[in-house]
Design a protein around this ligand. Structure first.
Ligand SMILES: *Cc1c(COP(=O)(O)O)cnc(C)c1O
Length: 377
């Protein structure tokens, strides 16, 4: 048996949605993006959502929305995907690495308070693996120090904390619909907020700075009753990027969003099966303190002192594994950013990610569990 690490759950419904976009033959930024943004806003409880072509673009533009001065500092966790920190660099801001909580691998809020200086302007909590950062406590700290909060929700689409959706606690929430994530549009991302003044301008930033929708203008090109010869006109007032979502992505996204809760429930059921299957194995501990009520976990993994031997053992059995993540301060790109993060540097050597996706079968999960159980013997 071969078991993949991640696999998008896509099929006939997504193909039908793509076919509709083909029939309309408007594939780029168009009305379907607008529909997906509205549906997403309704689902997540946001006033405004802006669709972009990746989670990385979402994080870049989210920080850009605040117009922070060059060289200001942004607090990010030491263990996350590289985009959380490169979002700061793209904006000519400096990432400051905060250590992770030893249990949840989210921001260690005590270390966060220690690392805040007057130059810090924002903090980017990552709900690692789908486990929520305690946002009530984080928001209190951020408000006390005048920090803006951009939630990196790449791992937790659909998850909640204390009854409020993740992404709706901070000033801006950013999501990734990359193919491995909780729901996918191939590649894609979403920026959402309850502060329209803050994020509505990002519609131009994601569209090379253009302040009008091309698909809306194009309908006027041949409208006989339209006596405006300037239907082609737009103006560029801001430095934008080619970061727009397109109608093909949005069509897939609408179908995926409709099944997101079901996919999250299935992932939770798989995690429950894993936890049951590995309980009592001395040399393994679950990666996270999984709380399966109302959550949206994207990663299942374990902690093991003999992590690399375990990876090899599973590889020989056809079971894919990963490590999320090498702590960011260990990457050469961040050589200049050497804040102490002892917990991250200790724990990352023990963590291994195991297969988790909505279409994983019970049989496959049991095969992985058997592989884990046979490691010591
Ligand atoms: C995947 C991911 C991103 C980037 O999303 P893309 O859509 O791949 O650009 C950002 N942050 C975290 C924590 C991620 O896991």
């Amino acid at each position: 048996m071969q078991v993949r690490l991640f696999k998008p759950s896509v099929g006939e419904a997504e193909i039908a949605a793509i076919r509709e976009v083909f029939d309309r033959a408007w594939l780029g930024l168009g009305p379907t993006v607008g529909r997906f943004e509205s549906e997403w806003s309704r689902y997540i409880g946001a006033e405004v959502s802006v669709g972009v072509n990746s989670g990385t673009a979402a994080l870049h533009l989210a920080l850009a929305a605040f117009n922070f001065p060059v060289g200001a500092k942004v607090l990010v966790p030491a263990i996350t995907f590289v985009s959380t920190a490169t979002a700061a660099l793209y904006n000519r801001l400096e990432p400051v690495f905060v250590d992770v909580d030893p249990d949840t691998l989210g921001l260690d809020l005590d270390d966060l308070e220690k690392k805040i200086t007057p130059e810090c302007v924002a903090v980017m909590p990552v709900h690692f693996g789908g486990h929520p950062v305690p946002m009530d406590r984080l928001m209190a700290i951020a408000r006390r120090h005048g920090l803006k909060v951009v939630e990196d929700c790449a791992h937790c689409a659909g998850g909640s904390y204390q009854g409020r959706k993740l992404g709706m606690w901070g000033d801006i929430g950013c999501f990734s619909f990359e193919e491995k994530k909780g729901m996918t549009t191939g590649d894609g991302g979403m920026i959402c907020s309850n502060n329209p003044a803050l994020v509505t301008p990002l519609r131009a930033h994601r569209w090379v700075g253009i302040d009008r929708d091309t698909w809306r203008r194009s309908s006027q090109y041949t409208a006989a009753e339209d006596d405006d010869a300037l239907h082609w006109h737009y103006e560029v007032a801001v430095l934008g990027y080619k970061y727009n979502m397109n109608d093909l992505m949005a069509a897939i996204g609408l179908v995926q969003l409709a099944k997101l809760d079901r996919m999250n429930q299935r992932r939770a059921a798989i995690i429950a099966r894993y936890l049951d299957g590995i309980s009592g194995i001395q040399y393994l501990r679950p990666l996270l303190p999984y709380d399966l009520s109302g959550s949206a976990y994207w990663l299942f993994g374990v902690r093991c002192d003999a992590r690399d031997q375990l990876i090899l053992h599973l590889k020989r059995k056809g079971i894919a594994t990963g490590v999320h993540y090498l702590p960011l301060p260990l990457h050469p790109l961040f050589n200049k950013h050497k804040e102490p993060v002892p917990t991250a540097l200790r724990i990352w050597k023990q963590i291994v990610t195991l297969p988790l996706f909505a279409d994983l079968t019970d049989e496959e999960v049991d095969y992985v569990i058997a592989g884990l159980r046979s490691f010591a013997t």
